[in-house]
Design a protein around this ligand. Structure first.
Ligand code: FE2
Ligand code: FE2
Length: 295
C-alpha cells in the first residue's frame, strides 16, 4: 500500500494553497493580450509553476511505490489499469448510492457544486495533453475531443451541458466556496495536462476518468431523476454514464496500448497519473461524506 499523506504535514493539501493555485490557473489559461502586466505575470508564473510542480511531486511520492508495481508490458499494463475500476482508490465509495437513493435536493446541489467547481474542463485537458503525441494516440485524443465538442453541434458540447445544469440548480461554484479537495483535483489535472513533464501522467489520469466516470455518473443521474429533473436536464450525467464506457475502451486500445508498446517507461508514468487522479477523487469523497455527516 502506498503511504497516505497527512494533510497537516503538507503545505499543498490546504485550502489557501489550492485557492491560490485555482486562481492562477484561471488567469494564466485565460486568453489575454501581450501588454497586460507582462513582467509581473512572468514572475508570478515562474513562482506558481515551481509551487505547482512541488504539489504534483508530493502527490507522486504518495503513489510511486504502487505505480512501480504496475506491469510495463502492453497486456499486463492494460489489465492492471482496467483493474483500477474495481479496486482503485475511491472506487465504489458509499457516497454514491447514498446520493442516488437518500440525499435531499440541497445535499445533491452542494455535491454538484463542489464537483462542477472541481471540473477542470475535460475538453481543454485533452486538447493540451495531445500536443506532440505520436499519431495513433493523438488521433484517439482528437476523436474524444470531438465528442466533447458535440461533434460540431453546440447543443451537444459537454462543457456547456454541465454549465446548464449549474444554472438550472443554481449551484455555488465560486473558488472560495469549494473545498480544497475538489480544487486539488482540478489543479492536479490541469498541472499534468499543461506541463509536458507530466504528459504521460495526463494520458493515464484522463484515461482513468473515462474508466471510472460511468458508474459515478449513473448514480448522479439517478439522484437527479429522483429529485425531479427532466431527461434534458439530466443529460450530462446520463450521457457520461454510457458514452464514457466507449471512450474508456477506445482510450485504452488506441492511446494507452500503442504508447506503452513504443516505450514501456510510459506505463509507469501513466500508472502514477491514474493513481494521482483516483487519490484526489477519493479525498473528495472523504470530504463530502464528512460534510454530510456520513460515517
Ligand atoms: Fe465529456
Ligand atoms: Fe468521455
Amino acid at each position: 500500500m502506498a503511504t497516505r499523506l497527512k494533510f497537516e504535514d503538507s503545505q499543498f493539501l490546504q485550502q489557501n494553497f489550492q485557492e491560490q493555485l485555482s486562481r492562477w490557473n484561471r488567469s494564466r489559461l485565460a486568453p489575454a493580450y501581450p501588454d497586460e502586466a507582462v513582467a509581473q505575470r512572468l514572475e508570478t508564473d515562474a513562482r506558481m509553476a515551481r509551487l505547482e510542480r512541488a504539489f504534483i511531486e508530493e502527490l507522486r511520492a504518495e503513489v510511486r511505490p504502487e505505480a512501480a508495481r504496475a506491469p510495463t508490458d502492453v497486456e499486463g499494463f492494460i489489465a492492471w489499469f482496467e483493474e483500477l475500476k474495481q479496486s482503485g482508490p475511491g472506487q465504489h465509495d458509499r457516497l454514491f448510492p447514498w446520493l442516488a437513493d437518500e440525499a435531499d435536493r440541497d445535499q445533491i446541489r452542494w455535491f454538484l457544486g463542489q464537483e462542477a467547481a472541481g471540473e477542470a474542463g475535460f475538453d481543454d485537458l485533452v486538447a493540451m495533453t495531445q500536443v506532440k503525441l505520436p499519431t495513433q494516440a493523438k488521433m484517439e485524443l482528437a476523436r474524444n475531443y470531438w465528442d466533447e465538442m458535440g461533434r460540431g453541434n453546440v447543443k451537444g458540447m459537454h462543457g456547456p451541458m454541465l454549465s446548464q445544469l449549474v444554472d438550472i440548480l443554481d449551484l455555488e461554484t465560486r473558488i472560495e466556496q469549494t473545498c480544497w479537495e475538489s480544487l486539488a483535483l482540478a489543479n492536479a489535472m490541469t498541472a499534468m495536462a499543461t506541463s509536458r513533464f507530466y504528459a504521460w501522467h495526463s494520458v493515464g489520469a484522463l484515461g482513468v476518468i473515462e474508466l471510472t466516470a460511468p458508474d459515478r455518473s449513473a448514480h448522479t443521474a439517478r439522484a437527479l431523476k429522483r429529485i425531479g429533473l427532466s431527461n434534458a436536464e439530466r443529460r450530462y450525467f446520463d450521457l457520461h454514464a454510457v458514452l464514457d464506457v466507449k471512450h474508456s475502451k477506445d482510450w485504452n486500445e488506441e492511446a494507452i496500448k500503442p504508447l506503452v508498446a513504443e516505450d514501456p517507461r510510459r506505463a509507469t508514468a501513466m500508472a502514477e497519473g491514474a493513481l494521482i487522479r483516483l487519490r484526489c477523487g477519493a479525498r473528495c469523497f472523504d470530504a463530502y461524506r464528512a460534510h454530510f455527516g456520513l460515517a
